[in-house]
Design a protein around this ligand. Structure first.
Ligand SMILES: Cc1cc2nc3c(=O)[nH]c(=O)nc-3n(C[C@H](O)[C@H](O)[C@H](O)COP(=O)(O)OP(=O)(O)OC[C@H]3O[C@@H](n4cnc5c(N)ncnc54)[C@H](O)[C@@H]3O)c2cc1C
Length: 306
C-alpha cells in the first residue's frame, strides 16, 4: 500500500491549489480525482472575475491550473474515492478501482455535482436529450429547440451560450421572479430567441428514444403545459460531493462540510476540507483556490506536531 503525508481528493481549483502549496511545503502528496477542472469544465461562458485574467474560458483556466500542478512533484491518480476511514491516527482511502492509500492528513476538495431534477424521465434520458453540461453538449443541439431549467445566473449564462447554436430556448424558472443578475438578463433579451417562463414547475421529461417534450405545471393557473423541446439543460444548482466521508465530518443544512474557517479543519483531526464542498458561503473559483492554499498550509502546521 502506498503511504503519503497528504492525500487531496479532487482536482478543481481548491484541490489543484492545495497540491501546488503542499508540494512547496515538501509534503509527500497524492492527488486523487475523478476529473480535472471540476465545475469549471461545465462553465459555458467565459470567466470574468478571476484576477489576472480579464476574460478566460473555464477550460483554458483549468489547463493553466493543471499545467502548474503537474510541474510539481505530486503523484496523481485518476480514480474516484469511495471511502475515507481513520484508523489508529492515519487515514485509509479506498477508491472505486479498489486501490487503498494511506495518509497522515487528507484534504477533501471534491466540490459539488449538478443537482438533479428528480422528475420522471430525467434518468432515462441522460445523454439522450438531458444534459448537465451546456459547455460540453450545446453543439449536439444545433438548430433545435431546447429548455434550460433554472432561472439563476447559471441558467441564464447557459441560455446565452446555447443561443449561438440552437433555434429557440425556453428558460423555466420555478419561482414567480427571475433570480439572474440584471447584466446577464439584458444580454438574454438581446438574443431575441430566449423565452422566459416563470412559476413553471417541471413535472416530467418525455420522448421515445430521445427527449421530445417536457411537461410543467403553471403554478399560477395550476394548468399542465406540454412544451415540445429536443433537449433539456439542467441548471438548478449543485450538491456537495461528500458521500465518502459520512461519519467523519459534520454537515450543515445544505450538506456542506463544516470547517473551522481559520484552518479548514473538519471535526476530525487531520481531515481538512476546502472549496465548494465546505460550508464557505460564496462559491467562487478564487475562494476555492484560496481555501485550498489555506488547507495545505494548515496540513503542514498539523504535520509538524504529528
Ligand atoms: C455553470 C457554472 C458557472 C460558474 N461560473 C463561475 C464564475 O464565473 N466565476 C467563479 O469564480 N466561479 C464560478 N463558478 C463556481 C466555481 O466553478 C466553483 O466555485 C469552483 O469550481 C469550486 O471549486 P472546487 O475545487 O471546490 O470544486 P469543483 O470545481 O467542483 O471540483 C471538484 C473536483 O473533485 C472531483 N471529485 C468529486 N468527487 C470525487 C470523488 N469521490 N473522488 C475523487 N474526485 C472527486 C471532481 O472530479 C472535480 O475534479 C461557476 C460554477 C458553475 C457550475
Amino acid at each position: 500500500m502506498s503511504r503519503y503525508d497528504l492525500i487531496i481528493i479532487g482536482a478543481g481549483p481548491a484541490g489543484m491549489t492545495a497540491g501546488i502549496y503542499a508540494v512547496r511545503q515538501k509534503l509527500n502528496t497524492l492527488l486523487i480525482t475523478k476529473s480535472f477542472g471540476g465545475q469549471l469544465a461545465r462553465k459555458a461562458v467565459a470567466i470574468e472575475n478571476y484576477p489576472g485574467f480579464e476574460e478566460i474560458s473555464g477550460l483554458d483556466l483549468i489547463k493553466k491550473f493543471e499545467k502548474h500542478l503537474r510541474k510539481q512533484e505530486v503523484d496523481i491518480e485518476r480514480d474516484g474515492v469511495r471511502k475515507v476511514k481513520k484508523i489508529g491516527g492515519k487515514f485509509l482511502i479506498q477508491t472505486t478501482a479498489k486501490n487503498t492509500f494511506e495518509a497522515k492528513a487528507v484534504i477533501i476538495a471534491s466540490g459539488a455535482d449538478p443537482r438533479p431534477l428528480e422528475v420522471p424521465g430525467e434518468k432515462k434520458f441522460i445523454g439522450k436529450g438531458v444534459s448537465y453540461c451546456t459547455a460540453c453538449d450545446a453543439p449536439l443541439f444545433s438548430g433545435k429547440e431546447v429548455a434550460v431549467i433554472g432561472g439563476g445566473n447559471s441558467g441564464f449564462e447557459a441560455a446565452l451560450f446555447l443561443a449561438s447554436w440552437v433555434k429557440k430556448i425556453y428558460i423555466l424558472e420555478y419561482a414567480p421572479k427571475i433570480r439572474a443578475d440584471e447584466i446577464v438578463r439584458e444580454k438574454v433579451k438581446k438574443t431575441g430567441k430566449i423565452e422566459i417562463i416563470t412559476s413553471a414547475i417541471l413535472k416530467k421529461v418525455q420522448g421515445k428514444d430521445f427527449v421530445d417534450s417536457l411537461v410543467y405545471q403553471d403554478n399560477k393557473t395550476k394548468k399542465f403545459i406540454l412544451l415540445k423541446v429536443d433537449g433539456i439543460f439542467v441548471e438548478i444548482g449543485s450538491q456537495p460531493a461528500t458521500s465518502f466521508v459520512k461519519g467523519l465530518v459534520d454537515f450543515n443544512e445544505k450538506d456542506e462540510i463544516i470547517v473551522n474557517p481559520k484552518t479548514m479543519q473538519t471535526k476530525t483531526t487531520g481531515l481538512f476540507a476546502a472549496g465548494d464542498v465546505s460550508d464557505v458561503v460564496y462559491k467562487q473559483v478564487v475562494i476555492a483556490a484560496g481555501q485550498g492554499a489555506q488547507a495545505a498550509l494548515s496540513v503542514y502546521e498539523y504535520l509538524q506536531k504529528f
